[in-house]
Design a protein around this ligand. Structure first.
Ligand SMILES: Nc1ncnc2c1ncn2[C@@H]1O[C@H](COP(=O)(O)OP(=O)(O)OP(=O)(O)O)[C@@H](O)[C@H]1O
Length: 271
């Protein structure tokens, strides 16, 4: 099967500032893929090169499918009404407005407001609707839930999953690691102008998360212990607690969070 997006040796500089030093990655059809990196790593630059909005110095980009691009904040005229924007985008795309999509994203509820009067969450939903107007195959979302409250974020996640269930490919950039962990099939970490890691979150954990962490809650409080040998550590910990007559209320074992692995990756492979 052809990849939805294939990026080979992508290089991009702004004057003497080299931002992308040869990116290589692929996005497969129907997956939710995240491009991660610290501020200024070059995620937006990479997106814009792929989207055809920015020229690049060298490399090859292949996109198989129609693209839909979520706007950045304050990209629309401040007095424009949400449905006016939707109609305008539909006209540009020569597309029929999908009433179900408009309904799902709650665009009609904001009908009376001007763009400038929308909340951050409402703007994000409108931007997503505008990206979807032309019925694209591949949807680019640059920080789709930044500044959105928990409820709004969950509702946007639901919409993004619905898109995936319809066979759409989603490519997103996000600084919210919890969001990435729950939503994405694969991630790529951009660091020092290169892809430092590309794969699933579990693969990243295998690569970076060397130690097990035991989080244990007792009547005396919560503690975290790190160990290489989970079996021995658990046995001796539980044995010791039993010996001292301390009851265990909760116990969890992990190999660190995506956030910790991301930071570790940035430190390890830093530019
Ligand atoms: N038009 C431009 N002209 C010159 N430099 C630019 C331009 N756009 C971006 N840069 C620089 O390129 C680097 C990468 O920026 P980019 O916006 O792609 O990063 P990013 O990973 O998307 O960051 P953030 O997480 O903050 O959105 C930064 O150092 C930025 O200052």
């Amino acid at each position: 099967m052809r990849s939805a997006i294939q990026v080979c040796e992508l290089k991009k500089s702004y004057g003497s500032h080299v931002v992308l030093k040869g990116l290589d990655f692929q996005v497969e059809p129907g997956e939710i893929f995240a491009l991660l990196g610290v501020n200024g790593a070059g995620k937006t630059t990479a997106f814009e090169c792929i989207e055809g909005l920015r020229t690049y110095d060298s490399g090859m980009i292949t996109v198989n499918g129609k693209m839909g691009i979520q706007l950045q904040s304050s990209s629309l005229p401040s007095h424009m009404k949400p449905m006016e924007a939707v109609k305008l985008f539909a006209k540009w795309n020569k597309a029929k407005i999908d009433d179900v999509m408009i309904e799902n994203l709650g665009i009609k509820e904001m009908e009376k407001k001007q763009y400038i009067q929308l909340s951050t969450g409402q703007k994000r939903r409108l931007h997503l609707a505008l990206a979807l107007v032309g019925n694209p195959d591949i949807i680019f979302l640059d920080e789709p839930t930044a500044g959105v409250d928990v409820e709004g974020r969950l509702s946007l996640h639901e919409q993004i999953r619905k898109l995936q269930s319809k066979g759409k490919t989603i490519v997103l950039a996000s600084h919210d690691m919890a969001e990435v962990e729950t939503l994405c099939d694969r991630i790529a970490i951009l660091n020092g102008g290169k892809i430092a890691f590309c794969g699933t979150v579990s693969e990243l954990t295998e690569k970076v998360g060397k130690k097990y962490r035991i989080h244990i809650k007792t009547q005396q409080g919560t503690n975290t212990f790190e160990t290489d040998n989970i079996e021995d550590a658990l046995l001796s910990l539980l044995g010791e607690l039993k010996h001292r007559g301390i009851g265990v209320l909760d116990i969890k074992v992990d190999k660190g969070t995506l956030e910790q692995h991301f930071i570790e990756m940035a430190r390890r492979e830093g530019s």
